[in-house]
Ligand binder design. Structure first.
Ligand code: SAH
Length: 562
């Protein structure tokens, strides 16, 4: 819940806008400001104070505990010009909230935590536990001192400006080691504990079994990702309570799936009870990984039979491949999601000219693997190989990365041991369409005239089909120095089915600095103005030029009847 506190009429007006926009997320605290701040601080995860920062500092100073548990506090000035993240920037979410509040009020977010302002990811924002001297190591990163990364456990991390050696260390490990001085331990969720339990097994027994197994194997409970078991135990109170105490979810699998897992210690008892010869080992191993602790039973002080079993598995970090479309060129046609993925990746793979388009957005420490035109297969292979090594990779392409671009060769290479996310981009046909008017208002196709990878007969057959079906056609890769006869040929095929006066839009470098466009007709188009930076959109038989714009009606009948 976000507590809202204001003192003046202007503050109350801004407060009410927030309350109206987020009715389920906010609560208004009325009454004397000091009391309101104290109450909200105790009851809410976040506060937005429409008060001067000085006043808020004085009010919350005696209430502050530590940055892990304190609420995030944002201040908005009387003029509604700034949303200042005051405390709890990371853990309290105040930096993000400042951005949201600013967006809503038309204010400017003010964020002063060092890592955010220089574009470094905060070590405490990686999404999993960290231990050790976070402040000193963050400071060293900021000051450009050498910080070494020891990735004992490969895991997809955002870029960190690290060196081979340094007096400071960031170490990713799931082993139960203590951080040395000048060291931060990252605890990625690499450990899965499979659990079996008889009905009514006490939570303490399950909990102690799990923590004891981890401790004896020298593993950190902070890297525990989940407790895994069989569907039939999904509601077993002892398992659910132990998981809650450990702060991890319970994940269940069907007995059939578990029965198929090859385990070292199958037995008859679970087979009879739930239909699989192994619960603990099979549930831990079912998604792959390395068995670190084979099945063991709980020990009971009273000497009665054990009611729980467990087994520990280390799952390899799954690399992440983001296939990111950058849009046609203009920065404001790059989606926020694409921007986020670029900052999340520690390895960026792409054509050099596309890398140039976004280089300034990359975080310090991003490893850039750029190559020249034509190396598509190799780029795809490189991106997938890096992801399989456990890295967070972004593979970029202009427009949409799935349209005549890198997504298909990359996914043709990719195996199911990596996570893949696609970020759509504004493809050239859409960017051009918006410049020309509304040429794509009815059914349309894109056809690439590049016969490097596709035989010309195939391309010609498709152009012919589009001509006969009266589709609006956008030609990608329309013409280059070495490929100059294909466009006239394709236009001639369309001209066999459309009037010479059919509108044709030619857009070069859509949304880039030297953008140009021309609206002409099938008979008047001079192919010489077309090159590889251009798309050509040919209208259908209903497309018209209206007030200098290219317009394809929504539907012939609808148009005719109106
Ligand atoms: N993935 C890209 C297309 C790659 S194929 C996309 O979705 O847009 C390359 C062809 O796309 C070029 O030859 C040109 O025809 C077209 N193209 C790409 N960007 C363009 C732009 N900004 N303006 C005009 N055409 C563009």
């Amino acid at each position: 819940m976000i507590g809202l506190i204001s003192a003046t009429a202007a503050g109350a007006a801004a407060r009410d806008r927030l309350a109206a926009a987020w009715p389920d997320r906010t609560r208004v605290y009325d009454g004397p400001v000091a009391d309101a701040v104290r109450a909200a601080f105790a009851e809410c995860e976040q506060l937005v104070c429409f008060l001067a920062t000085g006043a808020v500092v004085r009010l919350i100073a005696p209430l502050l505990g530590d940055k892990v548990s304190d609420p995030g506090v944002v201040c908005v000035d009387e003029g509604g010009r700034f949303a200042v993240s005051l405390v709890g920037g990371h853990a309290g979410g105040a930096n993000e909230l400042a951005g949201e509040v600013a967006g809503l009020l038309g204010a400017r977010p003010v964020v002063t935590t060092a890592t955010d302002s220089v574009g470094l990811p905060g070590l405490d924002t990686l999404g999993f536990p960290v231990e050790g001297d976070v402040a000193a190591v963050s400071r060293a990163l900021l000051d450009g001192e050498p910080v070494a990364l020891e990735a004992e456990l490969p895991w997809p991390l955002p870029p960190l400006p690290v060196a081979d050696q340094g007096s400071y260390t960031i170490r990713s490990t799931d082993r139960a080691v203590e951080p040395a001085g000048h060291e931060v331990l990252l605890r990625p969720p690499s450990l899965v504990v499979g659990v079996g339990a008889s009905r009514g097994a006490p939570a303490d027994e399950v909990h102690d079994l799990v923590t004891g197994a981890l401790r004896e194997a020298g593993l950190s409970v902070k890297s525990l990702a989940e407790l895994a078991t069989v569907d039939a135990k999904a509601e077993e109170p002892g398992i659910l309570q132990a998981a809650r105490r450990l702060g991890v979810p319970v994940v269940t699998y069907s007995a059939e799936e578990l029965a198929r897992v090859d385990v070292p210690n199958p037995s008859g008892a679970p087979l009879a009870a739930v239909g699989t010869p192994s619960v603990a080992e099979a549930a831990a191993l079912v998604r792959g990984g390395e068995l670190l602790v084979p099945k063991r039973k709980s020990e009971r002080a009273d000497g009665r039979p054990a009611m729980a079993t467990c087994a520990v598995v280390r799952r390899p970090g799954r690399g992440r491949l983001a296939v990111v479309g950058l849009g046609p060129g203009a920065r404001d046609l790059l989606t926020p999601r694409a921007r986020e993925e670029l900052r999340r990746a520690s390895v960026l793979v792409g054509l050099d000219q596309y890398v140039d388009q976004i280089r300034d957005l990359l975080r310090p420490g991003t490893r850039v693997l750029e190559s020249g035109l034509g190396a598509e297969e190799e780029r795809a292979r490189t991106a997938v190989a890096e992801a399989r090594r456990g890295q967070a990779v972004a593979l970029i392409g202009s427009g949409d990365a799935g349209v005549y671009a890198m997504a298909s060769p990359a996914l043709a290479e990719a195996s199911d041991d990596i996570d893949v996310v696609g970020v759509p981009g504004v493809t050239a046909a859409l960017a051009a369409g918006a410049i020309l008017g509304a040429p794509l208002g009815h059914d349309h196709v894109s056809i690439s005239l590049s016969d490097l990878h596709t035989p010309w007969e195939v391309i010609e057959r498709r152009v012919r089909a589009a001509a006969e079906a009266d589709l609006v056609v956008t030609f990608y890769n329309p013409r280059s120095r070495g490929r100059d006869w294909q466009l006239p040929k394709a236009l001639a095929i369309l001209a066999g089915h459309r009037e010479p006066s059919t509108p044709v839009g030619v857009v070069r470098n859509a949304s880039r600095a030297d953008e140009s466009s021309r609206l002409t007709t099938l008979s008047a188009l001079d192919p010489a103005i077309v090159d590889m930076m251009t798309v050509v959109t040919v209208g259908n038989t209903a497309t018209r030029e209206i007030a200098g714009r290219m317009v394809t009606p929504r539907g012939y009948r609808w148009q005719g009847e109106s």
